[in-house]
Design a protein. Sequence first.
Length: 461
Amino acid sequence: MSIRLRLALQFAAIVAVTLLLFSLLIYYFTARTRSEVFERTLRNRALVVAHVYFDAAQPQSDERHRAAYRRYLRQFYRTLPDEEVRIYNAQGRIVFREGLRTNRAVPKKWLAGGDENLVKEHPNWAYTVGLRYRVPDRGQFLVTAWSVDADSQQKLRSLRGILLLGLLTSLVLAGVGGWVFAGQALRPMRQIVREVSSISASDLHRRLSRADGHDEVSQLALTFNRLLDRLETAFVGQRTFVRDASHELRTPLTVIIGELEVALLQPRSSTEYHRVLQSTLDAARLLKDLTNGLLQIARASDDPSQVPLSVLHLDELLLQAHEEVQRRHPTYRIDLEFQLAPDAEPVVHGNEALLLVAVLNVLENACKFSQGAARPVLATLVTERRLVRLEVRDWGVGMAEADRLQVFVPFFRADNARGVPGHGIGLPLTHKIMELHGGAVRVASTLGEGTQVQLEFPRRG
C-alpha cells in the first residue's frame, strides 16, 4: 500500500469516526429531547382531562375560571395517537376513561401511592404518564395517560436517514480530498525520489533541490545532500587510495621484474647473481611492508564493536614501543619523560596491538625526519583528569602548513620528505586507530624547526 493511499484512508477514517460520533450525539440528544417533550405533552393531556372532568362536575361561576375551562376544553378535543386516559379514585377503581378502551394494567405502586416517578416507557415509542390530582372534599385521584409518540418516531427515522446520507457523503468527500491533499503533500517527496534515482557514481557532485526550507521535506533533502557529500568524499578518497596504492605497489614490483629480466639476459657471475637477489629481496621486503600497512589501515577501519578491547597502561605501552624502535633502529635516539598525576593513572581502554602500531608510527616518523638533529626525539606522557596525552617532539625538517593539512591522506609525502624512506601511510594509519578508540591526533609543525605530534586518549577512570 502506498503512503498516499494510506494517508487518504487514515484521513477518511478520522473524518468518519468524528462524524459518526457527532451524528450519534445529535441523534441521542434529539431523541432524548423529543422524549421529554412528549412526556410533558402527555402529562399536560392528563391534566387537561382531569380539569375537564372535575370542573364539569363542579362548575364555577367566575369569568376567569370559565375562560380556563374553555381553554382546557379546546385542548381536550386535541387527541394524541392511540390515546387512553383514565382517572382512578383512592380505592383504585376507574371513575372516568377517555380514548381507547384497553386492558392495560397500571403499576400497583402508582395505585398505592408509593411511587413518585410516574413515567413508564414501553416498546415502539409508547409512554404511560401519571399524575396525582387532589380535589377538595373528594380526596386524591390518580390520572394516567397512555399514547404512542408517532411523530417522534417518524422524525427520528428521517433524521437517521439524513445523518447516514451525510456520513456517507462526507466519507466519500474526505477520501477524495485526502487523496488529493496527500498527493500534494507527497509531491516534493516524489521529486526527491526522481532526483536521487538520477544520481549515479559518476555524478556525485549533484545535489538535491528544496534543501533551503525549514519543513521536514527540506530537512530530508538537506540530510541527503550531506550524505552525498560524504559519499563523494569517500569515492574521491577511494579513487585516490587505489591510484596511490597501485603506484606504490608498482614501484617494488617493477624493480623485482627489472632485476630478474636483466639477470636472465646472459649468464652472470655468482657475485652479480648475489647482487640481483639482494636487490630483489629488498624490493620484496618493501612490498611486504607496504602490504602490511594497507592491511593495518583496513583493520583500523573496522567496526569498533568487532575489535577486542582491554584495559591498558600507556606508560607500559610506551616503554614497549621504545624498546621495539631501539631493536629495529639502534641508531635512533628517543628520550622518555613521564608527567603523571598522583591521582590519575595512564589507563585507557583499547586494543593493544593497534595502539602499539600507532605509537610506533609516531616515534619512527619523528626519528626518520630528524636524523642528524642535535637533539634527540622527546616523548612525553601526560595524564589529566579525563585525558592521557602522548606528546612526541622532534627537531627535524618540519613541514609547510599546506603539507601539514594533508598528513592524514594515505600515501601523501611532503616535498622535503621525498628522500626519506616510507610510503606515507604511517600517520593516516595512526589517525584511523585513534578514531577507532575515540581519541584524536594533533599535528603542529614549522618548516625547518621540527614537528610535534599529540595523541590524546580518553582516560579510563
